[in-house]
Design a protein around this ligand. Structure first.
Ligand SMILES: [Zn+2]
Ligand SMILES: [Zn+2]
Length: 353
């Protein structure tokens, strides 16, 4: 319990209350800012304007523009991790790039809370100042203050018991002292903004976006394309709009080094079979009979392949042969028509979807 008298008592009270508000307010500002950034980016950055399929197309565009095979390997091997990194880089550029939007977002959050806390101070003062019937004015003021704040700040009334028995009667003076103390506290918080970066957040903005766009993480058992359903653990079969050449799932023609360039959605209408271990061969047409995970996928027959993968295979031919330990020859011969697909063709097609 803190005890004192008169004006110094009110100052002590205001300082104590502000020392409790400070950490809760700082936390609230950064949490709100993280949400505001995620919301703003969904409106302003095309990658996040729609669903996972749109984001997927944007990632493919980025990969094609960079033309870096190491990036492709990361995307193909750890799609979930690549997605997180991609989003993180986008958020950092958006917030910390030349416009340093982060500071602007923080200032807006701060203003929002400052106005609300100041209103709570005024409201509590209004309620309490004329209550001649009450001796425990401070306790009443704190009740009102916490009620007015609601769940805006994590400031439990029980944490303020140490100051509620103060002999303070001049509520107007308390109001003015609190207003001054609050303004100093705000100045103090604002000082940190120019140095703020992503490590200042407890919940980082990219985590919020990554959660919203992660969706189902299952990969097609043939081509390793990631299911495009927006819900993790969704009902029904896994699906993806565009399958890819299945050598990306490390398929080779039996007893050869020929990489399989066919796409799974085309194979499922062929008379080919695939091997699932031991001596077990399953006709593609009955791929679900291969059990889990094949049985959980809906792969409708569709022979059309995105221009993107035709360009990708032709362009990175040498690196792919080395990385997937096989050759694009024999049954894996790259069709001459693929060689004529340009990156511009591939990107233009992505823009349409
Ligand atoms: Zn597939
Ligand atoms: Zn799925």
């Amino acid at each position: 319990m803190i005890s004192c008298q008169g004006a110094s008592c009110i100052t002590t009270f205001a300082d104590f209350l502000c020392s409790k508000i400070a950490p809760a307010l700082r936390y609230a500002i950064y949490e709100k800012t993280a949400l505001d950034i995620a919301r703003d980016m969904k409106v302003k950055i095309p990658d996040f304007s729609s669903n996972r399929s749109t984001l997927e197309a944007c990632m493919l565009k980025y990969l094609a523009e960079e033309e870096n095979f190491e990036n492709f390997k990361h995307y193909l091997n750890s799609p979930g991790d690549f997605l997180k990194n991609y989003i993180q880089t986008k958020v950092e550029t958006y917030c910390l790039g030349e416009n340093r939007r982060l500071e602007m977002f923080l200032r807006e959050s701060l203003t929002h809370y400052y106005e609300n806390i100041q209103s709570a101070v005024f409201a509590s003062t209004r309620v309490v100042k004329d209550r001649k019937d009450r001796n425990d004015k401070i306790s009443l003021w704190l009740d009102e203050f916490c009620r007015a704040l609601g769940d805006m700040l994590s400031l439990p009334r029980s944490d303020l018991k140490g100051i509620e028995h103060q002999e303070i009667t001049d509520i107007e003076f308390l109001n003015n002292t609190m207003t001054k103390a609050l303004s100093l506290l705000i100045d103090d918080l604002r000082k940190d903004f120019p140095d703020a970066d992503m490590s200042s957040f407890e919940t980082e903005p990219h985590t919020i976006l990554a959660e919203q766009f992660a969706g189902c993480q299952e990969e097609c058992p043939f081509c390793r394309a990631v299911c495009t359903n927006a819900m993790p653990n969704h009902d029904g079969d896994h699906q993806v709009v565009f399958h890819r050449p299945v050598f990306l799932g490390r398929y080779k023609w039996h007893n050869t080094d020929h990489l399989v360039i066919d796409i799974c959605s085309s194979s499922v209408s062929s008379d080919c079979t695939f091997w699932i271990g031991k001596d077990t061969w399953i006709p593609y047409k009955k791929y679900r009979d291969a059990g889990h995970p094949y049985s959980t996928w809906n792969i409708p027959p569709d022979p059309s392949m995105q221009a993107y993968w035709k360009w990708f295979v032709s362009y990175f031919r040498t690196q792919l042969e080395q990385y997937y330990n096989g050759k694009f020859h024999g049954k894996g011969e790259i069709p001459a028509s693929w060689e004529t697909v340009t990156k511009q063709n591939a990107l233009a097609e992505l823009d349409k979807c």
